[in-house]
Design a protein around this ligand. Structure first.
Ligand SMILES: [Cu+2]
Length: 358
């Protein structure tokens, strides 16, 4: 019902606009076409100037109100560079924007149709064409060059002392894995992924390196002033790790692990002192990934090494949880649950789950 009303309203609106256009055409014929055109010309010229001034004022006002207040200062080493690149790009494109818009609007105002004035025919100028092609090309190449240079740093080899955290995106939250005391991550296989047997990441328990690995979900803990390398995976569809305060962002692709590294500059506590007690570093999903996409966010807690060690010490390795889960009911051996024959519901649910990469 409501759709038909919208359609009727649209048709009516179209008819009204059409009739107004027709009526103004008749009025212009009655009043003399040339006079009306000149009047419109003047109005348009003033409107263009007004639009320029209102637009520039709007940009200034938004910047005054919101500039630096939503995200705060870049909280990582790479973030500083991303911000400086953004400012340089904004400055260059802003200057060009203002010059071209002022000229565009000023010319349409100054050279509006007037009695006795004739348009000057000026179709082509090779020199001008060359200038406004070559200068932007060189400028953009330099900007892109810097972008690539930083990109290779962010996605390249992390420093040797970097802390490594594995990040897993799934509909609709984030999961994390930390290497235990051995500093090594155990092997995984996507077919082993099974929430019911406390093996959400598909760890292969026969690999001893897995026995001290820590699994968490929701909050990611990292150490201030220490490089952190994220190894990013997805368990179902494409997600994207968005760390807006650190100005970091990377796709999480099923089957293709991606990496990036950065060094956090301030602890969560320091940021709260600066931006208020409600401040939290956020990890969000920056890729539309389904109906719960909006809720796919967690908190990044940046803390000192001592605080991190103390937190990690409170965590039980996932191996322990999985062993516990398996012990009380040995008949439902976790490793075999995927292979239950004749249980179609399980088979269907399994096909939606195990997309994690090795
Ligand atoms: Cu997502």
């Amino acid at each position: 019902m409501s759709i038909s009303w919208i359609v009727i309203a649209l048709i009516l609106g179209f008819v009204i606009v059409f009739q107004i256009a027709k009526a103004s055409e008749y009025v212009s014929i009655l009043r003399g076409e040339e006079k009306t055109r000149k009047e419109n010309n003047r109005i348009n010229a003033f409107l263009l100037l007004a639009f320029l001034i209102a637009g520039l004022f709007g940009v200034w006002y938004c910047n005054e109100r919101l500039g630096g207040k939503i995200l705060g200062e870049a909280a990582s080493n790479h973030g500083e560079r991303i911000d400086s690149m953004l400012w340089i790009t904004l400055a260059i494109t802003g200057i060009v924007f203002i010059i071209t818009q002022v000229l565009l609007f000023w010319f349409s105002f100054k050279y509006q149709e007037k009695e006795g004035r004739k348009a000057f025919y000026y179709p082509h100028n090779n020199k001008l064409e060359l200038i406004w092609t070559v200068i932007p090309a060189i400028t953009l190449t330099i900007l892109v060059g810097f972008g690539l240079y930083y990109w290779f740093q962010i996605t390249g080899e992390a420093p040797k002392d970097a802390q490594v955290v594995e990040v897993y995106g799934k509909q609709f939250n984030w999961e994390f894995r930390y290497a235990g005391k051995d500093g090594q991550f155990g092997k995984r296989y996507y077919k082993e992924v099974n929430e019911a047997t406390s093996n959400p990441l598909g760890q292969i328990w026969s690999d001893p390196a897995n026995h001290d690995d820590i699994y968490t979900t929701g909050d990611m803990h990292i150490v201030v002033g220490k490089p952190v390398k994220l190894i990013i995976n997805a368990k179902d569809v494409i997600h994207d790790v968005g760390l807006v305060h650190f100005r970091m962002k990377m796709d999480a692709v099923p089957g293709i692990p991606t990496t990036m590294w950065f060094t956090p500059k301030w602890t969560t506590k320091q940021m709260r002192d600066k931006y208020g007690p409600d401040f939290n570093y956020e990890i969000s999903c920056d890729q539309m990934c389904g109906k719960g996409h909006f809720s796919m966010r967690g908190t990044v807690i940046v803390e000192t090494q001592e605080e991190f060690n103390a937190w990690l010490a409170t965590k039980k390795p996932q191996y322990a949880a999985a062993t516990e889960a398996a012990t009380p009911a040995p008949a439902q051996d976790p490793g075999k649950m995927n292979k239950v024959s004749g249980d179609t519901t399980k088979a269907v649910s399994d096909t939606t789950k195990p997309m994690a990469s090795l």
